[in-house]
Write a new protein. Structure first.
Ligand code: MTE
Length: 313
């Protein structure tokens, strides 16, 4: 990916995107794939228009700006500062990109990103994102259903969990030279969480290719869980019998559990989770209350019936 390949005409300014969205909502039109002119706002990877349709799962809230979403990031492989990923993630080479499918399924193997994406219709999915650090954003992802992808590999009856891994390459990801986490970054979901229609793999933002700092070329998005579950730059997806260990759990098991469902009633040992700061609303705006399952209770609460969410945090 070469930064000098970006043409201003290939970038949609978020104000254009939002007006287009309003227009499409009014007219009921579905496709958001048209090319519109706008402002180049970043320069790390090739930004292309993606061919998308609107999703019925989107929230009606107004998304944060492209700038907020691409300059205030957590991606420890590129440093611990919020602006480090935007500054340093251009060293990640995202093309070609291979994803290994392994474990309890009939069709394991190595797949090129193009083959992973080929049969899927990309959707614009506007989701709330609630970080465990008690801030939140609204993000217009471009993605597709993880369930639709997983079914293609024919998981067998032993597959109870899905594990994910990020690339491990300290040359491309210099933050991995420090042992702030156990590398590679690992995450996991139960099979029913992975198969839930709200769970997506994202390849874009604002109708454009995902910038490296947001987890290019392929990242998970699970909107009812704290942001750290949404693992970036995925190179392996594995079906397993046993609950996989995650990087955050391995580093600080008392603070970060496997489930990590957004829950205003269960505090982090070092801070409250009852409220959150909405990024982009200014530092002096009052914090807003955090919603159970980040506002997606109607859709996902049934996944946890009978489970003690205090113990299974
Ligand atoms: N994935 C990897 N590989 N490395 C990370 O450090 N940070 C997580 C998650 N995925 C992280 C990651 C955290 S803590 C959050 S809040 C979200 O990514 C942030 O996603 P965003 O930067 O696109 O908002």
């Amino acid at each position: 990916m070469k930064s000098n390949q970006i043409k201003p005409s290939e970038i949609t300014d978020e104000s254009v995107y939002l007006k287009r969205r309003e227009f499409l909502q009014l007219t009921g039109a579905a496709s958001l794939g048209a090319t519109l002119t706008g402002l180049p706002d970043r320069a790390t990877a090739e930004i292309k228009n993606l061919n998308t349709i609107a999703s019925k799962y989107s929230t009606s809230q107004t998304p944060n700006s492209w700038k907020d979403i691409t300059t205030y990031n957590n991606f420890y492989e590129f440093g611990l500062g919020k602006d480090d990923p935007e500054r340093y993630a251009s060293s990640l080479i995202t093309d070609p990109w291979k994803v290994t499918i392994s474990g309890e399924c009939d069709k394991p193997g190595d797949y090129l990103l193009e083959d992973i994406l080929a049969p899927h219709q990309l959707e614009d999915r506007i989701y709330r994102l609630r970080c465990v650090e008690a801030w939140s954003m609204v993000v217009p992802w471009v993605g597709f259903s993880l369930a639709d992808l997983l079914k293609r590999f024919k998981p067998n009856s032993k597959a109870k969990y899905v594990a994910f891994k990020t690339l491990h390459d300290p040359m491309q990801m210099p933050g991995q030279r420090r042992r702030v986490l156990r590398w590679p970054y690992r995450e996991g979901l139960t099979m029913s969480e992975a198969m839930h229609p709200l769970t997506i793999l994202a390849v874009g933002l604002y109708g454009k290719t995902l910038p490296n700092q947001n987890g290019a070329p392929l990242r998970l998005v699970v909107p009812w869980k704290y942001g750290f579950k949404s693992i970036k730059s995925i190179i392996e997806i594995s079906f397993s019998k046993k609950q996989p260990r995650t990087s955050w759990e391995m580093s600080a098991p008392r603070e970060y559990g496997f489930y990590a469902n957004v829950n205003p009633e269960v505090d982090h040992p070092r801070w409250s989770q009852a409220r959150e700061r909405a990024i982009g609303k200014g530092l002096f705006t009052a914090k807003q209350p955090t919603l159970m399952f980040n506002g997606y209770s109607d859709e996902v609460a049934s996944l946890y019936s009978g489970l003690d969410l205090r113990r299974n945090y």
